[in-house]
Design a protein around this ligand. Structure first.
Ligand SMILES: [Zn+2]
Length: 249
């Protein structure tokens, strides 16, 4: 019977090693839950299976084996908690990194949006309107290009780029050396949007078979940066009067 106790001790040791390997590979909260279920789960957890086998052990040694199992259970619980805390800390750091303000990105910005709906509206209207709008705003010498993109409410979706006003297309830190700056997002209104509007209004106002439309949106700060050669978006929120007073009407 001493063999049964030795055997259990060996299984505890193997389980501890197995857990240590598995916990080192945890990358997401889902992995942690899977580990918890695998080792500590009430029904199919490996530790529970060992605890149940305690009853088959002789009296002498059962107590020590039980303590060994409980110690392992505590250790696994503690290490799972530590891994969860580490994951949360990493998530927070990643979120902060994403929200960091740099010279062309800010978590806060102002957006202007345009929407045209009618019969026979097509992608040519979108391209013509946006090109005329951007040329009116920035001058006809600035080239406009359209790139396929994805937005949830439009299909197809396109993004419009303009040659960089700061460097004139040669490449600088604002355009990340590409010569182009993304200026707006746009696309043909998705038919499901018209259906959603009808559902909201409770009557068929826009027949998706009959009407189409295009929509676009652009950030005011980015437009101002390009029009006036401002090379840092943070200046708009810095409340520095020397900067702000330049734009008095
Ligand atoms: Zn540039």
């Amino acid at each position: 019977m001493a063999n049964a106790i030795t055997e259990l001790s060996e299984r505890v040791r193997a389980l501890r090693d197995e857990f240590a390997r598995a916990v080192a590979e945890v990358r997401a909260a889902g992995d942690l839950q899977a580990l918890h279920d695998r080792f500590l789960g009430r029904r199919s957890g490996e530790l529970n299976a060992l605890l149940k086998s305690l009853g088959r052990l002789p009296d002498e040694g059962r107590r020590a084996a039980g303590q060994e199992l409980n110690a392992l259970k505590d250790e696994i619980t503690r290490r799972l908690d530590a891994a969860r805390a580490a994951l949360e800390a990493r998530g927070l750091l990643e979120r902060l990194a994403r929200e960091r303000v740099d010279i062309t990105h800010s978590p806060m910005f102002q957006q202007v949006e345009g929407l045209v709906v009618g019969r026979g509206i097509h992608l040519g209207h979108l391209k013509g309107t946006i090109e005329a709008f951007l040329h009116g705003l920035f001058g006809a010498e600035r080239a406009v290009r359209f790139r396929p993109s994805y937005f949830p409410y439009t299909e197809p979706s396109v993004e419009a780029d303009l040659t960089c006003a700061v460097c004139g297309g040669k490449g600088c830190r604002v355009c990340k050396q590409t010569g182009w700056v993304e200026i707006l997002g746009s696309g043909m209104v998705h038919p499901a949007v018209f259906e959603a509007v009808n559902a909201r209004l409770g009557r068929p106002v826009y027949d998706p078979e009959e009407v189409t439309g295009f929509a676009f949106g652009l950030g005011i700060e980015r437009v101002t940066m390009m029009r006036h050669g401002v090379d840092d978006i943070r200046l708009f929120y810095g409340n520095d009067l020397r900067f702000l007073e330049q734009f008095r009407g």
